[in-house]
Design a protein around this ligand. Sequence first.
Ligand SMILES: NC(=O)c1ccc[n+]([C@@H]2O[C@H](COP(=O)([O-])OP(=O)(O)OC[C@H]3O[C@@H](n4cnc5c(N)ncnc54)[C@H](OP(=O)(O)O)[C@@H]3O)[C@@H](O)[C@H]2O)c1
Length: 273
Amino acid sequence: MDLELAGKTVFVTGASGGIGSVIARSFIAEGAHVGVHYRSNQASANALVSEFGSQAAVAVGGDLADETEVESAFARVAEQFGAVDILIANAGVWPAEHVPIHEMTVAQWQATLDTNLTSVFLCCRRFIQQVAKHQIEAPAIVMIGSTAGVFGEAGHADYAASKAAIISGLNLTLKNEIAHVAPLGRVNVVNPGWVVTPLARKFTDDGQAIKDALATISLRKVAAPQDIANATLFLASSRVAGHITGQALTVSGGMEGRKLYADEALDLSRAIP
Ligand SMILES: NC(=O)c1ccc[n+]([C@@H]2O[C@H](COP(=O)([O-])OP(=O)(O)OC[C@H]3O[C@@H](n4cnc5c(N)ncnc54)[C@H](OP(=O)(O)O)[C@@H]3O)[C@@H](O)[C@H]2O)c1
């Protein structure tokens, strides 16, 4: 089916990473012009641009928690392909160490919130400013949340809080705000569960962690990046999702939550009151 994404200018943040690079490829395959954003991994972004050519993609660097770097990134994409029609706010970090909140430093908390939430605020702000300026007809934002923002994640309060803010606060507010600027403008979220990428390597390299995760998931597998990219394409397309806004689509194989205790940690002598 033609998603009618050909010729659209799409800015994919974190396109040097595991999920973002597959999202960028998927939009290019639909004929879109893609701003391939990276922060430190320029080689990954450049490789994608070399593969598809400068008529399809442009590599754009920047720390998206920095206001001026966000401005420059949007300007670079617009210079090459025209104003951005679709923003995919995907960049993010998952601090891999398990750190309960009573041991978490303010520095860790702040760094995660800056990377995962302030960056999304800055990108959405810039995007909607240029939607207004260029009268973009059917703009779309798809933000990448996480099941951590739905179920919480012990040892990762910073990450879970940043994603919950995207799923609820930003998503439900911006879907109303964007429609005042562009009546057909839409905002949605895709929530991945466990996906095989470098971010999740500490998890995917640990057989017991996979077993524990699968204990809460209907399907007998974790996701591939393409599963997330497919949901993102769907929500970005006004042709197929033109009446969907303010929704969070969870792509997690039917995850129902978290396995909270290892079997040996269950003290059955206290289980029945
Ligand atoms: N993998 C999973 O299981 C999973 C599950 C749920 C949600 N997610 C979410 O999916 C998104 C992509 O994750 P992934 O697995 O593809 O991770 P990844 O492979 O580690 O990629 C992360 C991307 O974010 C960029 N980035 C990190 N900090 C940044 C900053 N301050 N400013 C700008 N860009 C920054 C990285 O750029 P450089 O590498 O160039 O520095 C990279 O492109 C994230 O939002 C993540 O929270 C992932």
